[in-house]
Design a protein around this ligand. Structure first.
Ligand code: GTP
Ligand code: SPV
Ligand code: MN
Length: 607
């Protein structure tokens, strides 16, 4: 087992030693990414009560969190840029020096009685020129094993960093030191008001305290691959986006790659793995949550890599009917379940899955639960998740680890909208597409603590993930559109969640979304029909293949037409939203005039 003293890189050594001195762990352990280390940690967590070993699937475990620690905490997430204007209106801000001073107190002794793990990891295939490395310090064995699924952890990464390769500095603590005679709990964490998820864009650091859940603690994911990476991307001329990446192949064997930005729990994993209901069509997965895109100078196209190595997917609603490929991935085994229900025979259960009535289970709060007892809440938390290796996915695309990434033909934006937004709408231009992304909105989900169901604007599904001022982010999108010699993807705004007056979904969604993908595929080839409307190009009446679909003509009409009055009523909200974003205009962060010009065009079209 190596120690800090074995390292040669003075900067790395100094950084690690500094945190060891501050956090005062009982011991320090380097992670080499080996299966043996993974198993040792899982066994340990079974003994301490953090993990329950499941009988099915094989080599899988269940963790149940503290009831206060179940999702990302946006209220406690901060961008510690030099000044507030650099963080912009979509972020909470704290001055870096003040935050660091506070952390010097908060982290003092925070790992007492615990093991500090040091995780060297790569976001993306470590050999890809688009990959970036990081080191996460954590006192959570749960975080280590999840990071081993979600990223590429290895001794090689540590060796390369030790030899001088650049890396992102990430520190995490559950914020629950253990006294000498204190009993441990299954899920140590700090109360919500003591949690901090902080990003320091200027020094490329991440410091997270008090939460062990998902994006709060698996720092490669949202903190690094989106918040910090978005800053690097802006500086270096590429894009870090909250997007799935899929490969779609038509019956003739011709294929294209598509990305899609939908807010948390709005269908990325489902779309990325969908089983087309259209005969002869095929969808394969490259990624289900994050895309890093860069222009390839050979073909002029944006090429995307998936920086992750696993799926951290929403469990409820996942079934052989809705997402068979996710179920098959999970059922291979090697899966970590968090906050799902445990069945009598040590299997998993959640709402809207394959088994309607599981009998008596243990719910995520560790209580007996049975449908017949009319329990107050669901057995699985609404944001319960599975962590599972991407390589187990039966439809993982052969190109998924391609070092140069896959060329993107189309970008989708989408959210949950009960009203107004049609099934699919093609932008007139890149700039119009950027406007669509800037003004997209969605009804909130359980992936964020608080606010579920409320409608909020969520630019490019990146509202909680842009690591700098949103106006500069939108300017960057426009800048990408001006790249010399670029063959830009087409941009679409989709909505699988439109409802009728009685509340039913107008569109069946899931596998039937392949019908929309087909139209998009053929639009990219210039063979599908569209009509220009006030809001963009919509499919003509028969352009979307509706064969064998049980949707009434009335519903089809609503899905494929412009609700002019609805859009008109939205205009003042758009205007208010854009003006709100523009708060720091006179401090060097104006919203690009192009975005306002797009709003004027929309107003004129609807007048
Ligand atoms: P994050 O991992 O939080 O970023 O979420 P995600 O965007 O990957 O969302 P996911 O695919 O896990 O879907 C979340 C929820 O939306 C699930 O409960 C699905 O059942 C539901 N959902 C996904 N696709 C569709 C669809 O096409 N129609 C409908 N009605 N629901 C869908
Ligand atoms: C999301 O909330 O968008 C997720 C889950 O993908 S988390 O990793 O917790 O951010
Ligand atoms: Mn996500």
């Amino acid at each position: 087992m190596i120690t800090v003293n074995d390292l040669k890189n003075a900067e790395l050594k100094g950084w690690l030693q500094g945190w060891i001195d501050l956090c005062k762990p009982a011991q320090v352990e380097f992670c080499d990414g080996s299966e043996q280390h993974y198993n040792t940690l899982c066994d340990l967590m079974v003994k301490t009560g953090t993990f329950i070993k499941m009988k099915y699937p094989q080599n899988s475990y269940l963790a149940r969190s503290d009831k206060s620690d179940v999702a990302r905490v946006e209220e406690r997430t901060f961008i510690c840029a030099k000044d507030e204007a650099n963080a912009g209106v979509t972020n909470h801000w704290k001055a870096p020096a003040e935050m660091k001073a506070e952390f010097n107190q908060i982290f003092d002794g925070c790992m007492a009685g615990r093991t500090m793990y040091i995780i060297p990891f790569s976001m993306g295939n470590p050999e890809s020129p688009l990959a970036k490395y990081g080191i996460e310090i954590t006192d959570s064995a749960y975080v280590v094993v999840n990071m081993m699924i979600m990223t590429r952890v290895s001794q090689t990464i540590l060796d390369r960093v030790d030899a001088g390769r650049e890396y992102i500095h990430a520190v995490h603590s559950n914020g629950a030191p253990l006294g000498a005679d204190q009993a441990d709990v299954p899920w140590p964490c700090a109360p919500v008001e003591k949690k901090y998820i902080t990003q320091f864009p200027d020094t490329r650091e991440i410091i997270s305290y008090g939460s062990g859940y998902g994006g709060n603690a698996l720092l490669g994911k949202k903190c690094f691959a989106l918040r910090i990476a978005s800053v690097l991307a802006k500086e270096e001329g590429w894009m870090a986006e909250h997007m799935l990446i899929l490969k779609v192949t038509n019956p003739e064997g011709k294929y294209k790659f598509v990305t899609g930005a939908f807010p948390s729990a709005c269908g990325k994993t489902n779309l990325a793995m969908l089983t087309p209901t259209l005969p002869g069509w095929k969808v394969e997965t490259v990624g289900d949550d994050i895309a890093w895109m860069r222009f390839n100078e050979k073909d002029g196209m944006l090429h995307a890599i998936n920086p992750e190595a696993g799926f951290f997917g929403v469990a409820p609603g996942t079934s052989m009917k809705s997402n068979p490929n996710a179920m098959k991935t999970i059922n291979v085994g090697n899966t970590i379940f968090t906050n799902v229900a445990l069945t009598e025979d040590y299997g998993y259960w959640w709402e809207d899955g394959d088994v309607k009535d599981p009998g008596t289970v243990v719910d995520w709060l560790r209580r007996p639960w049975n449908k017949a007892w009319n329990p107050a809440g669901p057995a699985a938390h609404k944001n319960s998740r599975f962590t599972t290796p991407a390589k187990q996915c039966p439809v993982i695309a052969p190109e998924w680890e391609s070092p140069e990434g896959v060329p993107i033909s189309a970008i989708l934006f989408g959210g949950r909208r009960k009203t107004v937004v049609p099934l699919v709408n093609e932008s007139r231009s890149w700039e119009h597409g950027v406007f669509m992304g800037a003004t997209m909105s969605s009804e909130m989900t359980a992936a964020t603590l608080g606010g579920a169901g409320q409608l909020r604007f969520d630019p490019m599904a990146m509202l909680p993930f842009i690591g700098y001022n949103v106006t500069d982010y939108l300017a960057h999108w426009l800048e990408i559109g001006k790249h010399p010699g670029a063959k830009l993807p087409k941009i679409y705004y989709v909505n699988w969640f439109r409802r009728g007056e009685d509340g039913h979904f107008l569109w069946p969604g899931y596998g039937d979304n392949s019908r929309v993908l087909k139209w998009i595929f053929e639009r990219c080839d210039g063979t599908a029909a569209a009509k220009e409307t006030e809001i963009g190009f919509l499919p003509t009446e028969d352009a979307i293949d509706m064969s064998g679909l049980d949707v009434s003509d009335e519903d089809k009409k609503i899905l494929l037409s412009v609700d002019k009055e609805g859009w008109k009523a939205t205009l003042p909200q758009f205007e208010e939203w854009l003006n709100k974003l523009n708060k720091y205009a006179d401090q060097g962060h104006p919203l690009p005039a192009e975005i306002f010009a797009q709003l004027e065009t929309l107003k004129k079209n609807l007048a």
